[in-house]
Each structure stands twice: as C-alpha cells, then as structure tokens.
Design a protein around this ligand. Structure first.
Ligand code: 164
Ligand code: MG
Length: 378
C-alpha cells in the first residue's frame, strides 16, 4: 500500500458539559484528525488524543502537529507500507511523542483494514462482536450532585462507574457513593494527585470494594506504586505511567500494578497496544481501554482494540452523545444497556460525517506524494 496523500485537520469541538479532573476543568476540545490515502483512493483515519495544554502528558496539539508534519509525514508519504506493524519500526528512531506517532499509525491501520476488506477489529485479531463499556465521571461540586449524575448512567446500564478523586474529594465522597450504589462495579481515578505519604488515607478506600484505584501516584512513577500496592488491598491500575510494553513489564515485575489501562495514543499506537495486551494476557493481568474524550474516530479505534480477548474489564469508551451534540462519524457510537455493538463495515467501521467534520475543522493541511519518476517516465 502506497501512502499518496495525508490531510491533517485542526479540529475544535465543544463538549456538552465541562470535564473536571484533579488537573482542572475544560469544555472545548481542540485536537487533530488525520486522513491517510492510498494509491487506490482508500482513506484511513486517525485521531490525536493530545490536549491543548500539557496537563495529561507533555504532548499537546501543537507538539503533535509539529512532529507529524515535520518528521512523521516525510517518513511515510510516498512510501510502500505492506503492514501497519511496520509504522512503529519506521518511527522507532524518534524519541517519545507517542500520541503523534499513534495518530499517523492509526490512520494507516484503518487504511490497511479497508484495503484488505476487513474490519479494524479483524485486522487486530479481535473476535468480540459487542463490548462492555463503563462511564468516566468528572469531579463534582459535592457527593449529592455526583450521586445524581451516577444514578443516570447506572440507569442507562453502563457496566462500570469511574469517578475522579483528589485530596479533599476522595474517602467521604466514595463512601457516600458506595452507600448509594452498593452493587455497582466502581473505581476511582486519581490522576497522580497523591503521594506515598497518603498511603493511610488511600487505605480507607480499601473497605469500599472498588475494582481498582487508577494512577494514584506520580505520572512518571513505577517504584512508589509498588510500595503503595504492597500496602493496599484495592488493585492499582496504571495509566499515565505506562508508555510501552517495557514500562508494562517493569511495572508487572515490580508488583506496581494489577491492572493496566491501555490508551492507544499514550503507548504510541495499535501495534504497541496489542503487544501490551498480549503480554498482560500471558501474565494474568486484565486490561481495559481508557478514553481521552475522543471524537468518533478515536472512539472507533478504541472499540476495535477492545475486541481483543484480554480486555476483560469495561473501558471508558462511552457513546458519542456522552460528550458531543454531533459527532464526526456516522452512525454515531451508541451504547445500549452498557454494550457497544462492534461495527461490521471495513476499517474503523463508521463513515465520516463530512458536514459535521467540515463544520468543526479550523484548518486543514494537505501533503501529497511527489509523482514517482517511473509514473512520469522521466
Ligand atoms: O474519554 C473518557 O470518557 C474518559 C476520559 C478520562 O477519564 C480521562 C481522560 C484524560 C485524563 C483523565 O482525566 C482521565 C484518565 O486519566 O483516564
Ligand atoms: Mg486515567
């Protein structure tokens, strides 16, 4: 498959409601979408999950745009790629910048699947025809408001409730939430808001039968999480600390984690995500697919990945309507009684809603391969 054209769209979409975590609050989502075309006219789509500012990781929309257009596009544009697994090797000499790499690689995975007349799930080796999904809920003013929000999602049938916590909004809130919903699978995401000195406080969560505490300590830590896990009954799940299969191996061998949140962008793409999935399956470590408030393109990639067998815990891939008045795909992602039916159309399985896509596009950059000399006969 020859990549003949790459189009990068700077997107601006307004979320239905503000989203608050231990880092802060935002409602407008600025992000990149990337379209890769081949010589047969097929189009593959990828999404950059980097936020406008470096609060989740060091990558941002602007750093992604720079790395993609100045380093990654020149590597793939005009070149023959026989399988998407090659892309991470082609990018291997460039350090970090995983979300940028994942944006390009994801589009080429979608392109490959479409060209070979298979779904992205099939291309990845996934067999599930429907996936269980949970919901991630931002920090609320107080426990009562949180309970009201959770009640709505439990009613809709979401299979797991994920709640953000931070110092001052943790034990009391979680105790009240568990009292209101004694049987609902529940977890807390701390987004690195705690330190080892908070061990005693976090131990107070042990009695709440949480499925996990996600990323309690520093976003670049594996060592202290091992010390914390040894003093906590609740399983620790790592998110921000895990950027590769190697990070995963170290965390599992040190006992720093019992569950891994796999985010395609954070680990550099679908090829690495699959390697982490396979390693964790071997080690008996369950994984689930984290979310990054994606548009339908990123959501579609998450759905395909979640069809792999060791994704045994509900992930964060909620329906399009969770965040968006209108999504950039058609049909939109729909959750029915806590399940998403995996699309059976080729590639990511959803068509592009061009009218919405154009409306939310701020700017588009187009890169075309030079006609090969053979083609022009020079
Ligand atoms: O995409 C979703 O619905 C969930 C998003 C979500 O929970 C997160 C996205 C990015 C950073 C955090 O706030 C949190 C996470 O860490 O998983
Ligand atoms: Mg997280």
């Amino acid at each position: 498959m020859k990549i003949t054209e790459i189009r990068i769209r700077k997107m601006k979409m307004m979320m239905k409601k503000p989203f608050t975590t231990s880092f802060g609050t935002f409602q407008e989502k600025d992000f990149l979408l990337l379209e890769a075309k081949d010589e047969l006219g097929n189009s593959g789509w990828g999404e950059s999950v980097a936020f406008h500012s470096p609060w989740y990781s060091e990558e941002t929309l602007e750093t992604n745009l720079h790395i993609i257009k100045d380093f990654l596009v020149p590597i793939v544009l005009g070149n023959e790629i026989s399988h998407p697994n090659q892309v991470s090797e082609l990018f291997g000499h460039l350090r970090k910048n995983n979300m940028a790499k994942s944006t390009v690689e994801g589009a080429i995975w979608d392109l490959y699947a479409k060209r070979n007349k298979m779904t992205l799930a099939e291309a990845l080796g996934g067999a599930r025809k429907r996936i269980e999904v949970g919901i991630s809920i931002g920090i609320h003013e107080n426990a009562d408001e949180l309970i009201e929000t959770v009640a709505g999602f439990v009613e809709e049938g979401y299979k797991r409730i994920k709640v953000k916590i931070k110092p001052g909004y943790d034990v009391d809130v979680m105790q009240k939430l568990r009292a209101a919903f004694p049987d609902v699978p529940m977890m807390a995401d701390a987004n690195s808001a705690y330190r080892l000195k908070d061990t005693e406080l976090l131990q107070k969560l042990d009695g709440l039968n949480l499925t996990m505490i996600e990323q309690p300590l520093a976003s670049d830590d594996i060592i202290d999480h091992a010390t914390l896990q040894a003093n906590l009954q609740t399983p620790i799940c790592l998110d921000e600390s895990i950027h590769s299969l190697e990070d995963t191996r170290k965390a599992v061998e040190l006992g720093s984690t019992k569950i891994i949140n796999i985010k395609i962008g954070r680990v550099g793409g679908l090829t690495e995500a699959k390697k982490i999935h396979d390693y964790c399956a071997e080690k008996g470590i369950p994984v689930w697919c984290g979310g990054m408030l994606e548009s339908g393109i990123g959501r579609a990639h998450n759905i395909a990945l979640t069809t792999l067998p060791n994704f045994t815990l509900p992930g964060d891939t909620a329906g399009s309507s969770r965040y968006w008045e209108e999504d950039v795909i058609s049909p939109e992602v729909v959750v029915e009684d806590g399940y998403i039916t995996v699309p059976d159309a080729y590639g990511i399985g959803y068509a592009i809603n061009k009218q919405a896509m154009d409306r939310f596009t701020v700017e588009e950059l187009v890169f075309q391969a030079q006609p090969s000399t053979a083609a022009t006969g020079q």
